[in-house]
Design a protein around this ligand. Structure first.
Ligand code: TRP
Length: 455
């Protein structure tokens, strides 16, 4: 089965509210359970620094957001769940990308432009109060995405431009360095996902101060907030208009169709607003209560959250680190030490007659393929099928010489694929788990180094 890598970041500046839950958390958790999805969800705490210089707030928000996602059913075994700031490859990649990004591209970013426009209107210096962090925001975000070869990036509408910029930056890097280093990510906008109205009827948002909290403050705070939702002044007994009531919109986001229909009818039949709010509170509480219990348990044990996030960072780095190593090589920052070590080792081994070897064979359908075995006889790669045996031979030659430096390894959850000139040419066997894959990656790199040193 082919898997799609879905990646998204959550900026850690606020406390999750019902709108976040319905609009982002719940659909993301559901998507992560789909068999074909390889989900990467992370806390964008470097991005948070651009928005807030209050350490306590960022610290608290990181903890609350991690606990919220886990309590909402995110399975860290299945998903790669981590903190951006635990991945040193991300700022490293940010710099590589910064050096190919046109300044003019960043001048056009909506958030930066809005800040400049506001300054201009008020007669300030155009860049007053604008940090270089705000200006660089799109490049950091591109690094988040490109470090992991993400295929799909689900985001809100306000982020579409950032994904387009990530594509632009990736293409520019690929073009300059002459290879398809980066997968071009696609934006995913969940059209059917509800945006909830807040207490005042406008979109629920921290910036409008009209939110209903998801867990914080507990059951009582949830109920008190719901009781504060603004309604019209119709008395009990008077029919209410479900279409113009935020109550109905919020209720529907939690209820089944039958429950929604009953609520709709009750409004038309003139249920009092107070009673309607109580019905709504009970319905939401039925969903939230069990999650709140896990949330409280997690928040009480931050060490457990820390452990989960460290494991996530380990999984994420197992993908980002080889990617960055490949990029360093390509842009002229190859580590001298490791090159020397690997050449010396392979020369010594070649004297002992122990070298990786190719074995060609003909498939049942008449096509030609080959395998690459390590010096110890382990199967490392199986090539794609070739109709023409000469083409298979040409590929073997390229893998033997210095030409192999043009090969790109793509990391899948439990296997690796080899690409040349942006085209798939060979794959490893399926490994038991990511750790086995990472160990095989090291052996494969070693074998390819040995082959390259032979020429
Ligand atoms: N900028 C995104 C937001 O505010 C958060 C984010 C950071 C993100 N890095 C990302 C989203 C990478 C998707 C992919 O919503």
């Amino acid at each position: 089965m082919t898997t799609v890598r879905v990646l998204t970041g959550i900026t850690t500046t606020g406390t999750p509210h019902l709108g976040n839950y319905v609009g982002a958390i719940r659909p993301a958790v559901a998507a992560s359970r789909r068999a074909e999805v390889d989900a990467f969800y992370f806390m964008a705490d470097y991005h948070a620094l651009i928005k807030s210089d209050d350490p306590a707030r960022i610290e608290r928000s990181r903890l609350e957001i991690a606990a919220t996602w886990l309590a909402a059913g995110l399975d860290p075994q299945r998903v790669t769940f981590y903190r951006q700031s635990d991945i040193p490859e991300i700022p490293e990649l940010t710099w590589f990308l910064t050096c190919v990004t046109a300044k003019g591209l960043l001048n056009r970013a909506h958030a930066y432009k809005a800040a400049v426009d506001k300054n201009t209107e008020t007669g300030e210096d155009a860049d007053a109060g604008v940090t270089a962090g705000l200006y660089m925001y799109p490049v950091l975000m591109a690094a988040d995405i490109l470090a992991f070869n993400a295929n799909k990036v689900p985001v809100g509408r306000d982020q579409i431009q950032h994904i387009e910029m990530a594509r632009d930056i990736a293409q520019r890097f690929n073009h300059i360095y002459g290879r398809e280093f980066f997968v071009l990510p696609e934006v995913v906008i969940e059209e059917q996902v509800a945006t909830l109205p807040g207490l005042d009827g406008r979109k629920m948002s921290k910036s409008y101060d009209n939110t209903i909290p998801l867990f914080s403050g507990g059951k009582k705070h949830l109920r008190d907030s719901i009781m504060r939702i603004v309604t019209d002044s119709r008395a009990p007994g008077e029919p209410k208009d479900p279409g113009s009531s935020s109550l109905f919109t919020i209720f529907r986001a939690f209820a089944t169709e039958a429950e929604s229909n009953a609520f709709h009818q009750a409004l038309l039949d003139g249920i009092g607003w107070g009673e309607a709010k109580q019905v709504m509170f009970e319905r939401i509480e039925a969903d939230v209560a069990p999650m709140r219990e896990s949330y409280d348990a997690l928040i009480a044990r931050p060490a457990q959250i820390e452990e989960i996030l460290h494991e996530g960072a380990r999984k994420a780095r197992a993908i980002a680190a080889p990617k960055i190593a490949e990029l360093r090589d390509a842009i002229g920052l190859r580590s001298g030490a490791s090159t020397v070590v690997s050449t010396v080792a392979s020369k010594a081994e070649s004297k002992a007659g122990k070298l990786p070897r190719f074995a060609s064979f003909r498939d049942a359908d008449g096509s030609f393929r080959f395998r690459l075995f390590s010096a110890d006889g382990e199967e490392l790669l199986l090539s794609k099928s070739f109709a023409d045996p000469k083409a298979a031979g040409v590929l073997q030659k390229r893998l033997k010489g210095p030409g192999v430096t043009a090969a790109v390894l793509q990391v899948l959850p439990r296997a690796l694929t080899l690409e040349l000139d942006g085209e798939y040419v060979a794959a490893t066997p399926e490994y038991r788990d990511e750790q086995a894959r990472d160990e095989a990656l090291a052996r494969l790199r070693e074998a390819l180094d040995q082959l390259a040193a032979q020429e």
